[in-house]
Design a protein around this ligand. Structure first.
Ligand code: GLN
Length: 547
């Protein structure tokens, strides 16, 4: 039976609860325990799939096809444990389950209430898979006191109460603001936040205090006393130069020890921190720098491409170079020649995206990379743009385009080399979708396998010819154009096992030009950089000699 750590936050949002949870997961693993991390989000969307990346950052897709919060990406990057559909839930999902059961008559005519019906639904969710791991770390989104969060706080309180003593602990993150005028760190907001938590029946076992300044021993003792937490369980959390320092920093601050102490696990197994020491060594001892241009749409908000930014860093770590990623708005290339913008970059990446806006600019970026021999990685929409570019400029299909843009415009303007996919095979069953289906559920989502052509660049990059990668898209390159495009040098080097869906394209004779229909960034880890990102940055590094 798993032990549970419930992670909550107070005082302000954006304290880095997700990172603290992920780092704790990594630290428990370093001590030989198995872990699973879970996120409970108070918002009312059923899942983040339909939320704008501007609002919510990236949508992280799991192997089993769930569209989840980007925090699950952090969890995976720090622990290497593949998240599942059942590792992310929102109030929207909980309420929708409860209401669906009510319609089915599952509550036998009872009045449906937050306590116990909503809280029971949350508790059932928390218990899923509890026999599989040593520790289940559950992070509650938002801050204590938020109206939407209340049922979750009540549910974790009940959950701990239902279980044998010692099976659950509570870890709370707060902020110690610094008053420059008096030169002091203030503990009052932390005291209030803990008071708020205790008023709903939760007494924290571990307090993680974010601070921009060193926390004097005196203040730590004061927090312990006023918040009724052991002094050793008041853990300082200072700003870090990189998120990957978090496991080592939290270990030095005593977080894992405090958690094991709270469970009474003694003697605690000794930690092996070598994985994180190696990660930090690679990050801090980079030799040289490569510049990568990311030509995309959501350039104002870096969180929209969180996993790509991280995977590029990992690719740099694999090659011991620092990667400087610069975001360029694709729409600029619709008005201006891309050359002055793109020359000087060692590589070009066109990420995923939805809708027509900016796509002509992305096509021009792909053309620039192809013609100038600059390493190119096209991800999902970035692959589709590379195919359209080759179709227009090499195969002579001058009005090649994607059905996505025609659908959006409500007019037929393009020859669709990228078309809307209505049925496909997943494992051994057929999936069918209509264009007008429910917005949340019309995509090819989650892990699919692909067969790579032996001898292709991509087979060399992966070192294998069978791969499995995560998808999130509605449209697909039309295999009908394969012969025509291959005759012009755009090779279809990865296909779905049934040979119907192009998964990877590459330009023959180009130093490194690969487009992939899936999202490799979702599977990259600092301690196991994804081969495509490692290969892409290696190619970028080699460009250095040309510049
Ligand atoms: N909009 C494209 C599609 O739906 C690409 C999606 C993506 O890049 N994730 O197929």
């Amino acid at each position: 039976m798993a032990r549970y750590v419930f992670i909550t936050g107070g005082v302000v949002s954006s304290l880095g609860k997700g990172l603290a949870s992920a780092a704790l997961g990594a630290l428990l693993q370093a001590r030989g325990f198995s872990v699973r991390l879970r996120k409970l989000d108070p918002y009312l969307n059923v899942d983040p799939g339909t939320m704008s990346p501007f609002e919510h950052g990236e949508v992280f897709v799991t192997d089993d096809g769930a569209e989840t919060d980007l925090d699950l990406g952090h969890y995976e990057r720090f622990t290497g444990v593949s998240a599942r559909k059942t590792d992310s839930v929102s109030s929207g999902r909980i309420y929708s389950n409860v209401l669906e059961k009510e319609r089915r008559g599952a509550y036998l005519g009872k009045t449906i209430q937050v306590i116990p019906h909503v809280t029971n639904e949350i508790k059932d969710f928390l218990a899923i898979g509890e026999d599989e791991v040593d520790f289940m770390l559950c992070e509650i989104g938002g801050t204590v006191g938020d109206i939407e969060g209340l049922p979750f706080f009540e549910a974790i309180r009940q959950f701990a109460q239902d279980r044998p003593r010692g099976q659950c602990i509570f870890m709370h993150l707060t902020l110690l603001p610094y008053l420059a005028a008096s030169g002091e760190l203030k503990t009052k907001p932390t005291q209030h936040s803990v008071k708020e938590l205790r008023s709903i029946g939760i007494a924290p076992d571990v307090l993680v205090c974010r601070s921009e300044h060193p926390i004097p021993e005196k203040e730590r003792a004061k927090i312990a006393l006023f918040c009724n937490v052991r002094p050793d369980a008041v853990i300082p959390a200072y700003d870090l130069s990189t998120i990957y320092e978090a496991p080592l920093a939290y270990h030095r601050a005593g977080l894992d020890q405090a958690v094991l102490d709270a469970f009474g696990i003694s003697p605690a197994p000794r930690p092996d921190m070598s994985r994180w020491e190696d990660v930090m060594d690679r990050l801090t001892h980079a030799e040289g720098e490569v510049r990568v241009a990311i030509v995309g749409k959501y350039v104002q908000l870096e969180d929209a491409y969180k996993s790509i930014a991280e995977a590029l860093t990992h690719g740099g770590m694999a090659n011991r170079v620092k990667v400087k990623a610069e975001w360029i708005d694709a729409e600029i290339f619709e008005r201006e020649d891309p050359t002055p913008w793109l020359q000087g970059f060692h590589a070009i990446l066109v990420p995923g995206g939805f809708g027509e806006r900016g796509t002509e600019g992305k096509i021009r970026a792909a053309q620039f990379a192809r013609e100038k021999g600059v390493p190119y990685l096209g991800i999902c929409l970035g692959m589709q743009m590379a195919v359209i570019e080759a179709a227009r400029n090499l195969a002579g299909i001058t009005n090649a385009g994607s059905e996505e843009f025609d659908h959006e415009a409500g007019a037929k303007r393009f020859t669709p080399v990228v078309y809307h996919l209505k049925e496909w095979v997943q494992g051994n069953h057929k999936v069918e979708r209509k264009l007008g289906d429910d917005k949340g559920g019309t995509m090819r989502l989650g892990a699919y396998s692909a067969a790579l052509t032996p001898g292709s660049r991509v087979a060399e990059v992966y070192g294998t010819t069978e791969i499995e990668e995560r998808h999130r898209h509605r449209y697909e390159v039309d295999v009908a154009y394969r012969d025509k495009l291959e005759a012009c040098g755009l090779v279809f080097s990865g296909m779905s096992p049934d040979g119907r869906l192009p998964e990877i394209v590459e330009h023959k004779g180009h130093p490194w030009f690969i487009g992939v229909q899936f999202h490799p960034e979702l599977k990259s880890k600092p301690f196991a950089p994804h081969p495509l990102f490692a290969g892409f940055i290696k190619a970028a590094k080699e460009m250095d000699r040309l510049v």
